[in-house]
Design a protein. Structure first.
Length: 214
């Protein structure tokens, strides 16, 4: 009985020792894992390789020029121009020039009177013609017994004729017939201006149609 127990204990001790050996053997580090080993792990060796590959992708080859980075064009800032308000155009009223008033060359003449030298410009008009009588003739031998009063110069160089027929001539007194009282006087006669040969004239004059200018 005692011997059997002794053998059982010895067997148990031997089994325990074997288990201890096996356990120690399983936890012993390998050469690659032992402390002080210079061989890197597979994870450590892969990390630098991937880093080197990344650097190779971004590092340009020797002599190559790196293209400048292209930026997206930026829009130019728009400046709003403020325009001044436009005024409505004004229409300038153009007034006709006014002639400066001139002194009347003959203030003693009737208003609107024209000079004998200008009478030819008023043919057909009824107006007043003024001038100096340079020649005066009563031509009794002619039909109608006319009396001619020549303005400007004596016949035939006059510029205007004032004609008094024999019938109207009777209104003048014998001592003051027209060819006497009007010679070398400035007179104005009123009537319609007509052409006679080459001279403008007013005929059928009465005493009331003739005014002596002092």
């Amino acid at each position: 009985m005692m011997a059997a127990r002794f053998r059982l204990r010895a067997s148990l001790l031997g089994l325990g020792a074997a288990l201890i050996v096996v356990a120690c053997t399983s936890i012993t580090p390998t050469a690659s894992e032992a402390p002080g080993s210079s061989a890197p792990s597979s994870a450590a060796s892969e990390a630098p390789a991937s880093a080197t590959a990344s650097e190779a992708a971004v590092t340009p080859a020797p002599g190559a020029t790196e293209a400048p980075a292209t930026q997206a064009p930026s829009e130019a800032p728009t400046t709003e121009v403020s325009m001044p308000p436009t005024e409505a155009p004004t229409t300038e009223v153009s007034m006709p020039p006014t002639d400066a008033p001139t002194d009347n060359a003959h203030p003693d003449w009737p208003a609107g009177a024209v000079a004998g030298k200008d009478a030819a410009d008023h043919i057909g008009e009824t107006t007043t013609v003024c001038g100096k009588v340079a020649g005066a003739n009563w031509v009794f031998a002619e039909p109608g017994h006319p009396t001619w009063l020549n303005f400007g110069k004596a016949y035939p160089n006059q510029n205007f004729n004032a004609l008094i027929w024999g019938e109207q001539r009777r209104a003048w007194p014998l001592a003051g017939k027209p060819e006497v009282v009007y010679l070398n006087k400035t007179i104005c006669v009123t009537g319609m201006i007509q052409m006679y040969k080459t001279w403008p004239q007013i005929q059928d004059l009465t005493k009331n149609d003739i005014q002596v200018i002092p």
